[in-house]
Design a protein around this ligand. Structure first.
Ligand SMILES: Nc1ncnc2c1ncn2[C@@H]1O[C@H](COP(=O)(O)OP(=O)(O)OP(=O)(O)O)[C@@H](O)[C@H]1O
Ligand SMILES: O=P(O)(O)OC[C@H]1O[C@H](OP(=O)(O)OP(=O)(O)O)[C@H](O)[C@@H]1O
Ligand SMILES: [Mg+2]
Length: 282
């Protein structure tokens, strides 16, 4: 059985379980369940704290886990990012009072509050910046007002929390993070079964990121239209009863749906229809 660690709390928990459900796995209904076997799929889920998941994976006591890239890097353990999962996206930034800190060099000699002490400490020392890292569990944006830090390093999604605290980000992002599937390093072959899990998760990603587009196209416009919808391998082009027209079907990125429909229409395509993808295996 493949042993998989899943976040039990926090912002990664529900979307991780949702993604696994869409990939055909059982997930817990009761938030207190700690272990959940899914014998039909030959896997067993362990619900653990997101920050601890990299440690369990690094130790090799589970075969795979879902956590944040930022948490993986902060753990410093020997586990490998196997696949980015496209949710819980954020950047990790330094921030501080706009009138006091505007560049990385300004951090020198200051106190930096963060929940990611290892990550931040390494980042600063690699750049020769000497600062005192204050490790706290959360509500990092409050530390400056409360006088325990001069600068913070924290997760930024919308930026709303920073704005509410009167802080601004400065310098380059330390990191772009999102939820990731991780596996032990240990120089070994990934455990049998991991490939199936990975293919299923990739299938969910594709189903989320792409739609199917069908349209009718005048024969002399097929090449131009196909250039707009090249599909993954190559689009399907089928004959229609009226031989002046062809039918084309291709996967297109969901975000570009309307722009592509406009372009196809301009090129002479008609009856353009878009359908969602429920599942996929590429
Ligand atoms: N607002 C957010 N947007 C996107 N990702 C976030 C956000 N807040 C935290 N994360 C991500 O969640 C992971 C941290 O999970 P963790 O459970 O430790 O904290 P949390 O989600 O902030 O939950 P809580 O603070 O309620 O304990 C990290 O990968 C982090 O990047
Ligand atoms: O840019 P934003 O959209 O405002 O999101 C970022 C905030 O979200 C998280 O906080 P959370 O609500 O988890 O509280 P915490 O600081 O106590 O972890 C994170 O630590 C930031 O503070
Ligand atoms: Mg938090």
């Amino acid at each position: 059985m493949l042993r998989i660690a899943v976040p039990n709390k926090g912002s990664l928990s529900e979307p991780a379980s949702q993604m696994l459900r869409e990939a055909g796995y059982r997930q817990r209904r009761d938030g207190r369940e700690l272990v959940l076997p899914d014998t039909a799929n030959d896997v067993e889920f362990f619900f653990l704290r997101p920050r601890d998941i990299a440690v369990y994976v690094g130790e090799g006591v589970v075969d795979a886990g879902i956590t944040g890239r930022d948490l993986l890097l902060d753990s410093g353990v020997d586990a490998i990012e196997h696949r980015a999962l496209g949710f819980a996206g954020s950047t990790f930034h330094f921030a501080g009072p706009p009138d006091q800190v505007t560049s990385l060099a300004d951090i020198h000699g200051k106190r930096v509050a963060t929940s990611y002490a290892h990550l931040v400490g390494t980042y600063l020392s690699e750049r020769g910046i000497d600062a005192h890292v204050v490790r706290l569990d959360g509500a990092i944006e409050s530390t400056i007002r409360l006088g325990v830090a001069d600068v913070v390093a924290d997760v930024v999604e919308t930026g709303g929390t920073l704005r509410a605290a009167g802080l601004h980000v400065f310098g380059e992002p330390i990191l772009h993070s999102e939820a990731v599937l991780i596996r032990p390093n240990a120089g070994e072959e990934p455990k049998a079964g991991l490939a199936t899990l990975d293919r299923r998760l990739h299938g969910v990603l594709v189903a989320r990121q792409y739609v199917l587009m069908d349209y009718d196209c005048p024969v002399d416009r097929v090449e131009a239209c196909v250039a707009v919808t090249p599909g993954l391998e190559s689009p399907t082009v089928s004959p229609l009863h009226d031989d002046r027209w062809k039918a084309v079907r291709a996967m297109v990125p969901r975000k570009q749906t309307n722009q592509i429909m406009d372009e196809l229409y301009e090129l002479g395509a008609r009856a353009i229809i878009v359908t969602g993808i429920h599942a996929s295996r590429l």
